[in-house]
Design a binder for this molecule. Sequence first.
Ligand code: ATP
Length: 235
Amino acid sequence: MLKLTDVTVCYGSFTAIKQVNIEVEKGEIVVLLGANGAGKSTTFRSISGISKLAQGEIHFEELAIGGRTPDKNVQAGIVQCAEGRKLFPQMTVQENLKMGAYVHRKKKMEIKSSLENVYHLFPILKEKLHDEAGSLSGGQQQMLAIGRALMSKPKLLMLDEPSVGLAPLIVEQMFQVIEEINREGITVLLAEQNANAALSIADKGYVFENGEIVVEGTAKELLSNDEVRKAYIGA
Ligand code: ATP
């Protein structure tokens, strides 16, 4: 479904990611692991079309999308839920969700059924639909950010560190919801520092160090890899 071939992205003279090769099959959950600054978000930005490629190519559903703009990518089903949530804090929960459906704004019935789907996944958002997004707890804001991304009807959902800053119980719920979203047929690419939790739901993973992929494998292989365990799982 998604294939990155030798993707290199630079910020000025600084090379942020170098010759990155990633393959994601339809229906998979794939995790990108790595410390802060290792290159996970830049990889996401290259896929969504925000960062230009200095080298390499990206294919989505067999089409080369390397030079495509972010809006075209969203229309094609590539949707990113950015780190830090980036909600509209003074708008209500429902207004934020409807903003996520902007590309489908003419399809009123579809928007209604997408809203129902988001409320089914996150019942707390239904309870708070008229509250300002800025008044929600951290976990609820993360749920709203994911819900808003779902409103664009993604085929590929990219989640950038959805568990960051959340209490352990909420993190657990978050990963359960990601699995549920995946079971509904959405392919998931997940950047995480919480390697244990991410690998427990993932099919496979890639480990980034200084902008390069240094280890890749199935989730099972990565969970039993001593170096990965030492660096990212703490055991
Ligand atoms: P984090 O979780 O901290 O976002 P990351 O693995 O997602 O980490 P990136 O954000 O992709 O890493 O950053 C990769 C490298 O590129 C880092 O060295 C970072 O400082 C640098 N970088 C990121 N964005 C920019 C930018 N807009 N201009 C210059 N350098 C940048």
